[in-house]
Write a protein of this length. Structure first.
Ligand code: ATP
Ligand code: MG
Length: 497
C-alpha cells in the first residue's frame, strides 16, 4: 500500500478490518466453549496476524493526563502546539484554547478531525479524540473523567523512523512553539517567614517590559558585541558540554544611575526569551535560604541581583544600615515596625562566601541555560572574588550618553534620524556628562503635539546648564570626562568597550 496515496480510513481497509474482526469474534466465541486453551491462544495469535495483514498500521495515543493525579502530559501539550499551525491550514473544525501562561489562543483541531503530516516522505495521520465521561450526571463543571487524547497512525514499516526521528522532532518543535507563545515571567523572592505550602518562595507577574536592543541607547559596536555574546551563549549547549563547563554566563553591569543597566537586563530577557528572577538579597536571612531559593529557579532564566554593592555585607553597608535602624528603634520605642525591621536585619546572616558558594553550587547542581547579572553603581566596592572570570564572565560599562546613543533615543522618542540641531547636541554631549535617562526625559513631549524642534532645544538648554554646573563645581580643574569606573587595570581587560 502506498503511504502517500492511501489513508487507513479508506473503505477497503475498513471493510477488511470489520470482516476479519467479525470472523475472529465468531470463532473465538465458538472456540471458548468447545476448544481447549492452547487452541484458543493459536486462534488469537493468527487472528491478530490477519488483522495486521489487512491493516498494517500502528497507532500511538497521547492522553492529556498521565496518571490518576491528573498531571498534564507534556507530550500532549507539545503535540497540541505542533498541530496548531497545521490544523489552522487543513482542519475544517477548530477548537480555541486559552492555555495558562500563554500569550495567544491556541487553535487545535476539534474532536474526530483528522489531519495528515508528511515527514521524510512518510505520511502520518493525527486525530483528536476523547473518551466520553463514564458518569452522565448534569453538572455546571466539565466532566472530570472525560479524557482527551491525540492518536498518531502510520504504516508499520516506518515504525522505527517515526519513533526515533519524527516524534522527537514533534516534541522539540511543539515545545519551541509553546515557549514562543508563552507569557514570560518576572519573579521576585518572598521573605522566608511567608514560605509554606500555599505561598511559594517566588511570586511572579507577567514580564512585559518593552525594551529591546534596537531601542537601547549605546554605542552600536558594543551593542552588537553583547548581542553576539548572548547568541553564542544561547546556541552553546554542545560547546559547553564538550568543554565540560556548566551552561551559564555571568554579566556585571556597572555605571552611574540612569545609564540603562536595568533596561539592558530587560532587553537581554526579551532577546533570549528568558524569564527573570529578581533576587533581593536583603530579604534573605541566611545562606541556607539563599540556596533553597536558587534551587527553586528554572533554566532559561536570568537571575538578577541589582545593586549588589548595597545587598551584601561585603561593603559594610548592610552593617551600617543595621546599626542605623537599631539606633532609630532605640530613639523611637513607640515605632513597633522600625523595631521589627531592626530585629529582622540583625537576623540576617548572609555572607559573601555564602553567595559565592550558592552561585557556584547553583551552576553545578541545576539545569543549564542560565544567566546571572549583577548591577552596581560602584564596581570599585565589590570584592574581586565576586566578579572574577568564571563568575562574572563579561563586565559591561554603561556610561553617559554619547552622540550615537542620542541618535537611538531621538529615533525612539522623535522618530527622526537627522536634524539641523543634531550637530550642536553632538558637540555638547562630547563636553558634558548626561545620562541617557536625562536625555530621554528632555525628549518626552511636555504637552500633546509638542514639536521636535522645541524638544531638541530643551535638551540643548539642559546640556548647557549641566555644562555650566560642571564648570562651576570644578572652576580650576581642567575638565576630565567623569566615569563611574574606578575598576582596576586587571579587571579592565574584561570590559566590553
Ligand atoms: N541606555 C539607555 N537606552 C534607552 N533608554 C535608557 C537608557 N538608559 C536609561 N534609559 C531610560 O532611563 C530610564 C532609567 O534607566 P535604567 O533604570 O535602566 O537605569 P539604571 O542604570 O538601571 O539606573 P539605576 O542605577 O538607578 O538602577 C529607563 O526607563 C529608560 O527609559
Ligand atoms: Mg537599575
Amino acid at each position: 500500500m502506498d503511504d502517500l496515496a492511501s489513508n487507513p480510513g479508506s473503505t477497503m481497509a475498513t471493510f477488511a478490518v470489520v470482516y476479519s474482526t467479525a470472523t475472529m469474534v465468531f470463532f473465538y466465541t465458538m472456540a471458548r466453549e468447545h476448544f481447549p486453551r492452547y487452541l484458543l491462544d493459536c486462534i488469537e495469535k493468527y487472528g491478530r496476524k490477519l488483522v495486521n495483514f489487512a491493516f498494517p498500521y500502528s497507532q500511538i495515543t497521547f492522553p492529556e493526563f498521565t496518571d490518576e493525579y491528573m498531571r498534564r502530559n507534556e507530550a500532549f501539550t507539545a503535540i497540541q502546539n505542533y498541530l496548531s499551525e497545521k490544523s489552522t491550514a487543513s482542519a475544517n473544525r477548530l477548537k480555541a484554547d486559552a492555555l495558562r501562561d500563554s500569550r495567544s489562543l491556541v487553535l487545535s483541531m476539534d474532536y474526530n478531525e483528522e489531519i495528515a503530516d508528511v515527514f521524510d516522505g512518510i505520511k502520518v495521520w493525527w486525530t483528536s479524540n476523547r473518551n466520553p465521561p463514564r458518569s452522565m450526571q448534569f453538572s455546571v463543571y466539565p466532566a472530570v473523567d472525560e479524557k482527551r487524547y491525540y492518536k498518531l497512525e502510520f504504516h508499520n514499516r516506518h515504525k522505527k523512523h517515526i519513533i526515533e526521528s519524527y516524534l522527537p522532532k514533534v516534541m522539540e518543535d511543539g515545545k519551541a512553539i509553546g515557549r514562543d507563545n508563552r507569557l514570560r515571567k518576572l519573579y521576585s523572592n518572598n521573605p522566608s517567614k511567608y514560605w509554606n505550602g500555599f505561598n511559594p518562595k517566588w511570586s511572579h507577574v507577567a514580564f512585559e517590559h518593552p525594551a529591546s536592543f534596537d531601542t537601547l541607547a549605546m554605542d552600536a559596536k558594543r551593542k552588537e558585541e553583547i548581542v553576539n555574546d548572548l547568541n553564542t551563549f544561547k546556541e552553546g549547549r554542545e560547546y559547553y558540554e564538550r568543554i565540560g563547563k556548566p551552561w551559564k554566563r555571568g554579566y556585571l553591569l556597572y555605571g552611574p544611575p540612569g545609564t540603562g543597566k536595568s533596561t539592558m537586563i530587560a532587553a537581554m530577557a526579551n532577546h533570549l526569551q528568558y524569564d527573570v528572577y529578581d533576587l533581593d538579597l536583603t530579604a534573605i536571612k541566611d545562606n541556607t535560604e539563599l540556596r533553597r531559593l536558587l534551587i527553586d529557579t528554572s533554566s532559561k532564566s536570568i537571575l538578577v541581583v541589582e545593586d549588589i554593592d548595597c545587598s551584601l555585607d561585603i561593603t559594610g553597608e548592610r552593617e551600617s544600615k543595621k546599626r542605623k535602624i537599631k539606633e532609630d528603634a532605640d530613639m523611637d520605642p513607640i515605632s513597633k515596625e522600625v523595631k521589627k525591621e531592626a530585629e529582622e536585619m540583625t537576623d540576617c546572616k548572609i555572607t559573601l562566601s555564602g553567595v559565592l558558594n550558592c552561585i557556584d553550587g547553583l551552576w553545578s547542581s541545576c539545569g543549564g541555560e542560565r544567566i546571572i547579572v549583577f548591577t552596581t553603581n560602584y564596581p570599585e566596592k565589590l570584592d574581586p572574588a565576586l566578579i572574577r572570570r568564571g563568575r562574572m564572565d563579561k563586565h559591561i560599562e554603561m556610561s553617559y550618553c554619547c552622540f550615537e546613543a542620542f541618535k537611538v533615543l531621538a529615533n525612539n522618542y522623535l522618530k527622526i534620524d537627522s536634524h539641523f540641531l543634531f550637530e550642536a547636541i553632538g558637540e555638547l554631549l562630547g563636553k558634558t556628562n548626561m545620562t541617557p535617562a536625562d536625555v530621554a526625559e528632555n525628549l518626552i513631549p511636555m504637552y500633546k503635539d509638542e514639536n521636535v524642534e522645541t524638544r531638541l532645544n530643551r535638551l540643548i538648554g539642559a546640556l548647557n546648564a549641566a555644562k555650566e554646573e560642571e564648570g562651576a563645581s570644578r572652576p580650576n580643574q581642567k575638565r576630565k570626562r567623569k566615569r563611574s569606573n574606578p575598576i582596576n587595570k586587571r579587571e579592565k581587560r574584561n570590559i566590553v568597550s
